[in-house]
Structure formats: structure tokens, C-alpha cells
Design a protein around this ligand. Structure first.
Ligand code: UDX
Length: 478
């Protein structure tokens, strides 16, 4: 690669996320943080998501303020009319996505000008390491899921070898994940570990890609020492150079403020249209009286389950704000989806409000919100922690099972409802967080929020780790 540029030129970093909302969120925010430090950024989005972002956001205007910030697109290997719902990414990864995208990435890197000094690749896209090695470009892996998730994925071969997988008893403690011996049950292992056979292609894919991430020049994790210190120490035994520089959304807000920019003026990067009307509805509710209910960007649910959640909410003593994403309902039940949503809306007018997609950060920071019934996706978990909102966790897949265990047993800022979908349980849990144990949870969540927010301020661990990343990339350029 031609590198005969002036040493005064800013480093050029190519950032490449998996084409999923939760991954784009944190990687585009990291890109903005690097752009604030003066870096030239090329953000590589799938064609499909790029089109959606262009339609739904002010992307071009927002990033025009950063000289050299460019978007490029890459194929995700699937035809335009593919529904891309549920776990479509992993299901198509080996056969379609990896081979097609790898070739396309190579072509992009060979033709890009100025040449790229460093790739920040999604830690799940192991092939980026091969391409980087081939072209002589350093690769830093960014694992957007939780460190708990990462460490359990990394330990899967050891768990299998110890005979603790396949699962025999869901409530048995797992002994082979260092650092988690006292609280990790089979039930808390990533959903993929529930496969009856460990030759399952998704199990193999997950642990292969995780082990590959540790071969990168370094690893970026969206967390802080204060939140995940013990697990980070374990991960460091496999990968010495870790940048724990999160929560990235809080870090970005802090750095925008320091530059006298409105922290709310960051790019919303949302793949669905945000319905701002829920903020006006929240404005009319009393402080900490509303439970916010959202299951992220991938979770799907049967109509029966959604109805159980809804009854639980309606029968509880709280008001609620419920997100029902388009394509959220699955299977035969998804017939007449709009009717179901309309019916729920009608019946819940006095108790709640329903939208298809919410401005989640603003919602969680609204004074009317006192709890979050969540699927425990890592971004949602961090957003709730930073806002000091206690959680009720109802994990769906991937790292969410272990995240919800950490929320309830390690950080003690919420309850874990995993594997149960019953209106009585939903009602009971909502009442616990919103009424019976309200002060206790509010206090622990507020303490945690304070600690985590300090880490992104000047002198805090995450702030220093981000500065170190910036310096290290600058050195790659020289
Ligand atoms: C999944 C995993 O669970 C997660 O742990 C992994 O790191 C990425 O893939 P996802 O279902 O997308 O994530 O959940 P989450 O990580 O919580 O991300 C969802 C994002 O969408 C959050 O940043 C949230 O603020 C945003 N969101 C969600 C909205 O903006 N509006 C909504 O109505 C719902």
C-alpha cells in the first residue's frame, strides 16, 4: 500500500460494523469520537442499511462538519428483497455473507485514497483480520457485545471439554468460566449454548470468531473498568491490549459538551423512524411513574407472548411506554400484526403509550421513566445504567442471557425474568421495581450511574483509554 503522505495528514481509519443496529450504534459513535480528534474516517455500511439511514436521518449534514468523514457501502451478500429479520446475520454468515463481503472489502481497501492506516473491524467479522494481514494494515477488533458475553463465548471450548455442555440442568452452576464461578448458571449461558449438539454451526461460529478477535492488534470493548474490571482482568490473560473506553454514548456526550456542542446534537443512526410523540406523552406523566418496555432491534416475539407482557403491564401499578417494532411478531401469529397493535393501543390508552420505535436515550433520561423492561442487549443495558434506570431483564438471545444475570446478581440494579413469560410474573416484577422496592433499586442504579459517568470524565478510566487509543492510532500512522 502507498503510504507516501505527509506525516502531518490525519490518520485514516476505516470502521466496519456488522450490518445490525446494535453494532452500528456504538461503532458510528466511536467514529464520531475519532473524528472529533481530527481523524479521517471511512465508515463502511452495508448497501441495505446505508439506504435506510439516508432515508431516515440527517447523516450527510451531520457528518459534513468533520472534514474527511466519508460513508462507503459494501454488500451484505443478500438480495435486496431478503427480509433480514430475526437472527438472519448468523444464519447466513458462513455460506453467503463472509465470502462475498471479504472479497468486496479487499477491493475497497485496494482502491481507497488516501490509504487506510488502521481498520477498526467488528469483532465478529474475523475475516477482516485476514484482509488486514494480507494488505499490511493493522486491525483493531471492536466487540460491541458485553465483556461478560465475550468471556463466556471465549470459554465455550473449555465448558464443552469439562462436560458442562450440552446443558443437562439449567440451574447448575458453571465452573469453567474464570471469574464467574459464583453466579453463572447454565441458564445464563448465551442462548446458542442451549443447542442440544455442540457441533451446532452457530455455536462453532460464535466461539471461532471470538477466539479470532484476540489475534487482532488490540481489542476495543464498550465498557468501563468500574463496571467490568474483574472480567476485563480475565480477558487480558488472552489479549493484552484492551481499550475499555465505554459507555461510548456517554463518552461522546461528554466530549461534545467539552467542545461546547449540544450533546443531543449527535447522530441518531437509527434504522427505524423515531416516534418523538412519546416524549410529549412522558412530559405529562409524574416522576418515575413509567416503565419503558423495549426489546431492541433483533428480538422477535409470538403474539401470545406479547399479549402476556401486555396483560402484565396493564395489571401492574405502573404506566408504561411500549415499543412494538415493525416485524416484531413472529410466525403464524404475525398475520394481522397491525390489528394486534391497534387493539393493544386502544385498550391501553389510559395506562400506556405504544410506538414502533422510540428515541431510546431521550426516553431513558426522561424524569418520568422509573424502570426499563428490556431484552438486555448491551447498548440498552449501558444506556439504562448511564441514565440510572433500574431494569427488569427478559433476555432473548446471544450475550443477553449473561447480561441479565450480571444486572441482577453482580451489579444488583434490577431483576432477571429470563425464561418466563407469564402475565402474573410480569405484573409482580413491574410492581417490585416500580413500587415495592422502588427506592432500593433507584438508589443502587443512581450510585452505579454516578460511578460509570465519572469514568468518561477527564481523568476517568474510559476517558484515558480513549486518549490512549487515539495516540496509538496516531503512532501507527508514523
Ligand atoms: C444485539 C445484542 O443483544 C447486543 O448485546 C449486541 O451487542 C448487539 O446485538 P440489539 O437487539 O440491537 O442488540 O440491542 P441493543 O444492543 O440494546 O441495541 C439496540 C439499540 O437500538 C440501542 O442503542 C437502543 O437505544 C436503540 N433503540 C431501541 C432505539 O433507539 N429505539 C427503540 O425503540 C429501541
Amino acid at each position: 500500500m502507498d503510504k507516501d503522505r505527509s506525516s502531518q495528514a490525519p490518520p485514516h481509519v476505516l470502521v466496519f460494523p456488522i450490518p445490525l443496529q446494535g453494532h452500528i450504534n456504538s461503532m458510528i459513535k466511536l467514529s464520531e469520537l475519532l473524528a472529533l480528534a481530527g481523524f479521517r474516517i471511512t465508515f463502511l455500511n452495508s448497501d441495505h442499511n446505508h439506504e435506510r439511514l439516508v432515508k431516515l436521518t440527517d447523516m450527510a449534514t451531520h457528518f459534513a462538519r468533520y472534514p474527511g468523514f466519508e460513508f462507503k457501502t459494501i454488500t451484505d451478500g443478500l438480495p435486496p428483497d431478503h427480509p433480514r429479520t430475526g437472527n438472519w446475520f448468523m444464519e447466513n454468515y458462513v455460506e453467503v455473507i463472509e465470502p462475498k463481503t471479504k472479497q468486496n472489502l479487499r477491493e475497497i481497501l485496494l482502491n481507497i485514497s488516501p490509504p487506510v492506516d488502521c481498520i477498526i473491524g467488528d469483532g465478529f467479522l474475523g475475516f477482516v483480520l485476514d484482509v488486514g494481514k494480507d494488505l499490511g494494515i493493522p486491525v483493531i477488533c471492536f466487540r460491541t457485545s458485553s465483556p461478560h458475553g465475550f468471556w463466556v463465548y471465549h470459554s465455550i471450548p473449555d465448558i464443552i471439554q469439562a462436560g458442562e455442555l450440552p446443558i443437562k440442568d439449567m440451574d447448575r452452576l458453571i465452573t469453567t468460566v474464570p471469574g464467574m464461578e459464583t453466579y453463572l448458571r447454565c441458564r445464563d449461558l448465551p442462548s446458542f449454548c442451549r443447542a442440544p449438539d455442540m457441533e451446532d454451526p452457530i455455536v462453532k461460529l460464535v466461539f471461532k470468531e471470538t477466539r479470532r478477535s484476540t489475534q487482532a492488534n488490540a481489542l476495543i470493548l464498550n465498557t468501563t473498568e468500574e463496571l467490568d474490571g474483574p472480567i476485563l482482568s480475565q480477558i487480558r490473560t488472552k489479549c493484552r491490549n484492551i481499550y475499555a473506553l465505554g459507555p461510548i454514548h456517554a463518552q461522546l456526550n461528554t466530549r461534545l459538551k467539552a467542545k461546547h456542542r449540544d450533546p443531543h446534537d449527535h447522530f441518531s443512526n437509527t434504522l427505524w423512524k423515531e416516534d418523538e410523540s412519546c416524549i410529549s406523552w412522558l412530559d405529562q406523566q409524574s416522576n418515575r411513574s413509567v416503565i419503558y418496555v423495549s426489546f431492541g432491534s433483533i428480538t422477535t416475539m409470538s403474539r401470545d407472548k406479547l399479549v402476556e407482557v401486555w396483560y402484565g403491564l396493564v395489571n401492574s401499578k405502573a404506566k408504561f411506554l411500549l415499543v412494538v417494532r415493525p416485524n416484531f411478531m413472529t410466525g403464524e401469529d404475525s398475520e394481522g400484526e397491525d390489528d394486534v397493535v391497534r387493539e393493544l393501543l386502544e385498550k391501553t390508552k389510559d395506562r400506556g403509550y405504544t410506538v414502533q420505535w422510540a428515541p431510546q436515550e431521550a426516553v431513558l433520561n426522561h424524569p418520568a421513566v422509573g424502570g426499563f423492561l428490556t431484552h438486555s442487549g448491551w447498548n440498552s443495558t449501558l444506556e439504562s445504567i448511564v441514565a440510572g434506570v433500574p431494569m427488569i431483564c427478559w433476555p432473548y438471545f446471544a450475550d443477553q442471557q449473561v447480561n441479565s444475570r450480571a444486572v441482577s446478581e453482580v451489579w444488583k440494579i434490577g431483576l432477571d425474568m429470563k425464561d418466563v413469560c407469564d402475565r402474573k410474573v410480569v405484573e409482580k416484577m413491574v410492581n417490585k421495581v416500580m413500587v415495592d422496592r422502588k427506592e432500593e433499586f433507584a438508589k443502587s442504579a443512581a450510585e452505579m450511574a454516578k460511578l460509570i459517568n465519572q469514568s468518561v470524565n477527564e481523568g476517568g478510566s474510559s476517558c484515558s483509554n480513549l486518549d490512549r487509543l487515539i495516540e496509538d492510532i496516531r503512532e501507527m500512522r508514523l
